[in-house]
Design a protein around this ligand. Structure first.
Ligand code: NOJ
Length: 567
């Protein structure tokens, strides 16, 4: 009996000791053997702006935990939290000074463990943001690196002599303005920073850097993290000879000469690092998402790796740059769909104007938001949704330079106003600070928070939120949307984008009016082997299409129709 009790105590102690090192959430597969992330809706949370639990005006981890019920009801499968690690916050967390802790502003490691555990109960996985290219200039590695030319961490960063007095080593530019080199008077050399000077680039050619960074991912996987979004992977490597970049005609938004970033971006060595990160991820059944800026689909394909051994989900950020045009969207989707690898669709994020503001025509704003939901949530691929898209949040851009918080906007004003506008607090209700905080929110809310908020839209069956919920639900329940191949229809129509998602257990028709005028689209599916097919509406907005034999779908401006097709 006593032995029994002792064993029990031992078991409880073990459980306590091992709580923080729980195994990573296993990548469960669906009935067809697909990894969970293939059908997932991954929801990006910008922690400063999601929910503030302690009234300091800045969101935090406990705030996120308090909103898990909402995320579960919305149908979210995983949250990607942008950096919540200790940081001087020069780039709002993308300047990390300790990769294996939580910034006190956001809470503690215990809060993080609780968030992961509570999320797991709701079947929501947690994905973190890994800032791989650079650290903060306050990271102990950099402090040591800059302390002397012979310090243990000197070669963890990129240090070089200037070309001459007051002249940086070459002509490379920082993406946030000015040169990419900063002179350090103590050791009389320059260090390289692709982003702000407070974000020195790590030297990924040094195996010690690689080991330390790979170990960071292990630390979080053991804490139950399901994967990472990898920040700025394109800039991991630089030409070791520091060759000058070719200068192009004209000037950029900071008034500097335009350049082709030939020698400090997209160097092939990055793929070796991605393969290494993937190897570690595979040990934990984890998923890797990439911040992958590309100008064409061939470039995007490269991030999957030659043998599918790099990123599972390189983001298609090209979609965020396309105009609202049925032809352009059709062409792009077809190309992505034909490419090797599983598509990952994104319509905005914390660096890009909100899709609501990008596409707004002042008359049909909500209809456009629903139409976009009808698009990226029904395509064959994983969808990454930025917080607030589901309620039609708009950009709230600063009007005066003195209000700008993002240093990029301070430096680039007025041509570059920075990214504050797309990072404003989540709109939970119609109260003074939209229910985000009881204090003073770190960024101001737009007027539209009074109408576009979770509480108001939950009560309205015609709201953007209700439409998002419906479509996300269909993603999970309609076999055609889960499994179906993408078949483009009526390709000559310049206004209406339509396609089938045709699977062995079901087919879904999606019809989107990508224009500000009423349109009518006719369908005849004999070519697709479904002559005389019938349809039943599953979700629609600004549309008239009777259930029954499929023929004409009449769409008001930006109308959207999603129907189940049967024979
Ligand atoms: C991309 C991130 O999304 C952005 O917010 C950040 O400023 C840069 N990388 C630098 O880390």
């Amino acid at each position: 009996m006593k032995l029994h009790r002792n064993l029990l105590v031992l078991a409880m102690l073990l459980a306590l000791v091992c709580a923080p090192c729980a195994p990573a959430q296993k990548a469960s597969a669906d009935l067809n053997g697909h990894a969970w992330w293939r059908h997932a809706v991954i929801y990006e949370v910008y922690p400063r702006s999601f929910a503030d639990s302690n009234g300091d005006g800045v969101g935090d981890l406990n705030g996120i935990t308090s909103k898990l019920d909402y995320l579960q009801a919305l149908g979210v499968d995983a949250i990607w939290i942008t950096p919540c690690f200790p940081s001087p916050q020069v780039d709002f967390g993308y300047d990390v000074s300790d990769y294996v802790n939580i910034d006190p502003m956001y809470g503690t490691l215990a809060d993080f463990d609780r968030l992961v555990a509570e999320a797991k109960k709701q079947n929501i996985r947690v994905i973190l943001d890994f800032v791989v290219n650079h650290t903060s200039d306050q990271h102990p590695w950099f402090l040591d690196s800059k302390s002397s030319r012979t310090s243990a961490h000197r070669d963890w960063y990129i240090w070089r002599d200037g070309k001459g007095p007051g002249q940086p080593p070459n002509n490379w530019l920082s993406t946030f303005g000015l040169s990419a080199w900063k002179y350090d008077p103590t050791t009389k050399q320059y260090y390289y920073h692709y982003f702000y000077p407070e974000q020195p680039d790590l030297n990924w050619r040094n195996p010690q850097v690689e080991k330390a960074m790979f170990d960071v991912t292990r630390f979080w996987y053991r804490r139950g993290v399901a994967g990472f979004r990898l920040d700025a992977v394109d800039t991991l490597f630089e030409d070791p000879n520091l060759t000058d970049n070719p200068v192009l005609p004209g000037t950029d938004k900071f008034g500097r000469p335009k350049m082709l970033e030939k020698y400090n971006k997209k160097l092939p060595e990055m793929h070796t690092t991605l393969q290494g990160l993937r190897k570690v991820a595979d040990e934990y059944d984890a998923v890797l998402i990439g911040e992958t800026w590309t100008s064409n689909v061939a470039q995007l394909e490269e991030y999957y790796g030659a043998n599918g051994n790099e990123l599972q989900l390189p983001m298609d950020l090209m979609l965020t740059e396309l105009p609202l045009s049925a032809n352009t969207l059709r062409e792009h989707i077809q190309a992505v769909n034909a490419a090797r690898g599983w598509p990952t669709y994104v319509i905005t994020n914390h660096d890009i104007r909100r899709s609501y503001s990008r596409y707004a025509d002042g008359v049909h704003n909500d209809d456009i938001a629903k139409m976009m939901a009808g698009l990226y949530l029904t395509l064959r691929g994983t969808a990454i949704m930025y917080y607030g898209e589901e309620i039609g949040m708009e950009n709230n851009d600063p009007k005066r330079k003195e209000d700008v918080k993002d240093p990029e906007g301070i430096l680039g004003w007025p041509k570059e106003i920075g990214r504050d506008g797309e990072r404003t607090p989540m709109q939970w209700n119609g109260s003074v600070n939209a229910g985000f905080t009881t204090g003073k929110p770190w960024l101001p809310l737009p007027e539209s928070a009074k109408t576009h908020n979770v509480e108001a839209e939950s009560k309205n069956p015609n709201s953007v939120l209700s439409f998002y919920k419906r479509v996300i639900d269909l993603r999970k329940t309609e076999p055609g949307l889960l499994e179906g191949e993408y078949i483009s229809l009526n390709e000559a129509d310049p206004n209406v984008l339509s396609y089938l998602r045709k699977g062995k257990d079901g087919t879904v028709l999606v019809v989107l009016n990508v224009s500000g005028k009423a349109q009518s689209a006719s369908f005849e599916l004999s070519k697709q082997g479904m002559a005389g097919a019938k349809v039943t509406a599953l979700a629609q907005n600004a549309v008239s299409a009777p259930d029954g034999v499929l023929k004409d779908v009449k769409l008001e401006p930006y109308g959207v129709y999603i129907g189940r097709v049967s024979q």
